[in-house]
Design a binder for this molecule. Sequence first.
Ligand code: FCB
Length: 436
Amino acid sequence: MNFTRADFPEGFVFGTATSAYQIEGHRFGGAGKTHWDSFAATPGNVVRAENGAVACDHYHRMEEDLDLLADLGADAYRFSTSWARVLPEGRGPVNEAGLDFYDRLVDGLLARGIKPAATLYHWELPSPLADLGGWRNRDIAGWFADFTATIMDRIGDRLWSVAPINEPWCVGWLSHFDGYHAPGLRDIRATARAMHHVLLAHGRATQVMRGLGMQNLGAVCNMEWSQPADDSPETHAAATAYDALYNRFFLGGLFHRAYPAEVLAGLEPHLPESWQEDFGIIAEPLDWLGVNYYTRKLITHAPGPWPNYREVDGPLEKTQMGWEIYPDGLRDFLIRTARDYTGNLPLYVTENGMAHADSPDLPDTARIDYLTRHLNAARAAIAEGVPLKGYFTWSLMDNYEWTLGYEKRFGLVHVDFDSLQRTPKASYQALSKWWR
Ligand code: FCB
């Protein structure tokens, strides 16, 4: 990597990200069942029907993992809290062992001089709440606010930053329209409700944390650069619709108190009654916005019902996920987001990285190259005046990649999923040279 800290603004924060269900080992420590457990147990949903029951067993190996983070020279660590670990039924009785776990995690980070950056929800909804309709049920905003109060009452005094929900697009669209993530629905009414309720829950949780006097509260949205596959007006309209659904819907709600017309064209009849009245809660002012960025999509027109787009295989070099490598999208998203939505508000890249089929002794050059190119894209955005304040790599270690099981390796640290042994990869060494 051909740069150093001196090439980034003073105080720029470097870190890595993980999430609870992907690393902790959900069967340990008294956590309740989640919709990812049942989704994974349903044949055809997840590669080899793998689940997060053991994952990286971070639950028992936390100290070792925090040492890896410290040796890497990370300034901050973005982790998530599991709702069902804290409240096994989603509401009601607290699992004290769960609260203790996050308490130790936060103290372990602070003891190593690492900033704790928490996400409250990274996708494993407690099953009893899924039984009540999950994200389709408006009551989820209140359930989530109560969970927020419970966990923040314990760790909120020591966190550096908090985002309530990871990637609302995945919670709403991917899980309720595409059916690709739990709960695996393919239903437009469920989608409209989930997409709106996820923002409402975000707003309620933010209000709860403001009430506790907490600071540095944000939101984390994933973005995919959408490019028309050809020059026809129909194809352009399809690419615009994809961009609206994926990227502009959530930013519109959070920062403009409005949803894009291209999305309302399909979802409006299915949104809950009086949805416009919720923007007062949804648009609760934030201290920062996080952007998760991995790839672009080439989009073309698809005949038939709304939303009339489909993805086309692109010509660029691809990662193990089959995702095209397109660093310019990161630069352009940061510039556009600041220009059209967030102005002077600090931005963070809260996830970026690549999956690569590797073993610990491979040179890992593809990942080093991917990270270098994206860090250069981040620098280009800064040079254009974007107030980018930090960058988090996904992920500290190989982990459970949801529907794709344990095969897709995103880690800076290799994990042997039989022995659970951790081995830093060359990308870890490369980053640690200039992070430390
Ligand atoms: C993001 C998710 C994260 C991981 C990466 C590859 O969308 O937030 O959990 O799956 O993609």
